[in-house]
Design a protein around this ligand. Structure first.
Ligand SMILES: [Fe+2]
Length: 121
């Protein structure tokens, strides 16, 4: 069923029973508020959006490979995982550099974040 389509009472009862253990439905309109599909007010640069998603994925990969390295018993396996984790950090740098070329606000905010941390020291 597509998102946002109203469910039949039979479907509502089935879902409600699974969640709350009873067939007795609350009146329509008293449940979860239906939200329109997410819409951004500002036009988003699709490349910047993709680069941010890429950065997140690369950081997750770093964490995963470092965890795999930590759990590896064979030193060679550990070394390979650590080497790949390092490569993922390079990928973060590639994506970040490209993002900074496209997003001037991000450049400013990175500097601002750095300044705030330095002021904590
Ligand atoms: Fe990567």
């Amino acid at each position: 069923m597509p998102y946002g389509m109203p469910k039949s009472d039979a479907e509502r009862k089935k879902t409600h029973k699974a969640l709350f253990g009873t067939d007795k439905l609350p009146p329509r309109g008293t449940g979860r508020v239906r939200v329109k599909p997410y819409q951004r007010k500002q036009k988003v640069d699709p490349d910047s959006d993709a680069l941010r998603k890429g950065i997140v994925a690369e950081y997750e990969a770093v964490n995963m490979y470092e965890e795999l390295a930590e759990n590896a018993k064979d030193p060679k396996v550990k070394e390979v995982f650590l080497d790949i984790a390092k490569e993922e950090k390079t990928h973060v740098g590639e994506f970040q550099e490209m993002l900074l070329q496209k997003d001037a606000e991000q450049v400013t905010e990175l500097k601002e974040g750095k300044k705030e941390v330095e002021e904590m020291e």
